[in-house]
Write a protein of this length. Sequence first.
Length: 73
Amino acid sequence: MVRNHNGSVSAPILPTKLYIPSPRPGVVPRPRLIERLNEGLAKGSRLTLISASAGFGKTILVSEWVAQSGLPC
């Protein structure tokens, strides 16, 4: 934790949160979820919320989607 000049406390940003992990081999494909993410892009959505409990593969899903999309992230 870091104390700011105004006395508030903030936590440092973890370096692992600043890059997109590369897709892993052997991951179970989730084409339906990838399709839903693509539909959001096609509709012009500027934000997509992905919500699930810890360990349900949110990061893996997004890294797979980003790798397939070819779009800058």
